[in-house]
Design a protein around this ligand. Structure first.
Ligand SMILES: *Cc1c(COP(=O)(O)O)cnc(C)c1O
Length: 380
């Protein structure tokens, strides 16, 4: 006879009991299975449509031949490469299993019940998750209005004010996902000038290389000396095309890095991931080509969307988010039936918006064609 099962959610710690899990983009195989479509275009997770650098893929494959060995838990070579890239002491680098892992390390290190983390409405979903998982309180700051220069973007002065009232961590995504909105150098410096040194100020630069194509977009990693409470996070999942290998990092004061490394799992960054990241950092040509393709295709995608009557938000990333009106969920369904996966962003309190990643020219054309047909009510 089966024992009566307890309500496990009452056993979980309070933060976890009330947590809504992260919803990832629909995987290609899932769509094939659920909708019976063969040809699938996935523009849902802001991946590099060119794939990884061939050199990075080769380095990962080579490392896999030594898969019976534990990776270098201190990531000596990768930290040295990152240090050289940023002209910074490797002791300032914390490696993560993706930059999500680094965001979780920040929360584990600096948040706890009774503490507060500040972030914007419509900001990256991982900030509320790691905050709540640590049992801390979220101080969610209202975003800029839809009529602003950066619609739904961060209101940095309001976030600084929230940080001043006793928070322990503040998260800024630059650019933000899913809105694509971004902060210029002056606004971000004014924010950091105001945030008390007792608050860890996180600037999430997952899309840095794309953002850097915009005039006035700042590289916060240069300001670590000026702001000892600053933590800059970077990812290999976006322009480097290594999302499947999971590798990201934080740059911070070495004392902050030392604290985060106390809670870091000793082998959180696999050997193939480390090897691929080192090779990718050295492949400047691949990165340039990726950014150039994105700049060109993002503007074609924007023009295509505008041609269909949509108004995408400004974006310094490799994606565009647009208001599809109250029919957004239905439109998404129509796109899925046509084999096109984009990202609904209702979980970000943007129920009428859809986010589409910038793909290859062919993928973008397929998306725009499917969107035109779906919006026109044509049968799939
Ligand atoms: C994609 C993304 C990340 C990166 O996540 P990884 O864990 O490195 O794959 C971090 N921040 C934002 C805002 C993102 O959109």
């Amino acid at each position: 006879m089966a024992a009566t099962q307890p309500d496990f959610s009452t056993l979980a710690q309070a933060g976890v009991a009330g947590l809504a899990p992260y919803e990832p983009g629909k995987p290609i195989e899932t769509l094939r299975r659920e909708y019976g479509v063969r040809e699938v275009v996935k523009l849902a997770s802001n991946e590099n449509p060119l794939g990884p650098s061939p050199r990075a893929a080769e380095a990962a494959a080579e490392a896999a031949r030594e898969a019976h060995r534990y990776p270098d838990g201190n990531g000596f070579e990768l930290k040295a490469a990152i240090g050289a890239r940023h002209q910074i002491d490797p002791a300032c680098v914390t490696l993560g299993n993706g930059s999500n892992d680094v965001l979780a390390l920040i929360a584990q290190t600096f948040l706890a019940p009774g503490r507060q983390a500040v972030f914007s409405a419509h900001a990256f979903a991982v900030y509320p998750i790691v905050t709540q998982a640590a049992g801390a309180q979220a101080s969610v700051v209202a975003a800029q209005p839809s009529s602003a220069h950066q619609p739904y973007g961060h209101d940095l002065p309001a976030m600084a004010a929230a940080a001043e009232s006793g928070a322990h961590v503040a998260f800024v995504a630059n650019p933000n996902n899913p809105t694509g909105t971004w902060e210029g150098e002056e606004a971000l410096r004014q924010f950091l000038d105001r945030v008390p040194l007792s608050v860890i100020a996180v600037v999430d630069e997952a899309y840095f290389e794309y953002g850097a194509a915009e005039a006035g977009y700042p590289d916060a990693s240069r300001w670590l000396d000026a702001y000892p409470n600053l933590v800059v996070t970077r990812s290999f999942s976006k322009v480097h095309g290594l999302a499947g290998l999971r590798v990201g990092y934080a740059l911070s004061h070495p004392d902050v890095a030392e604290l985060m490394n106390r809670v870091r799992q000793p082998f959180n960054c696999s050997a193939p991931a480390q090897a691929a990241a080192v090779a990718s950092l050295a492949d400047a040509e691949f990165l340039e080509r990726s950014v150039a393709l994105n700049s060109e295709q993002r503007e074609l995608l924007r023009a295509g969307l505008e041609g269909l009557g949509y108004r995408p938000l400004p974006s310094a990333g490799n994606f565009l988010t647009f208001d599809a009106g109250p029919e957004a969920a239905n439109l998404n369904e129509q796109l899925l039936r046509r084999g096109v996966i984009v990202r609904p962003v209702d979980a970000y309190q943007l129920p009428n918006h859809l986010r589409v990643s910038v793909g290859t020219p062919a993928e973008n054309r397929t998306f725009l064609g499917a969107l035109a047909a779906a919006a026109g009510g044509g049968a799939a």
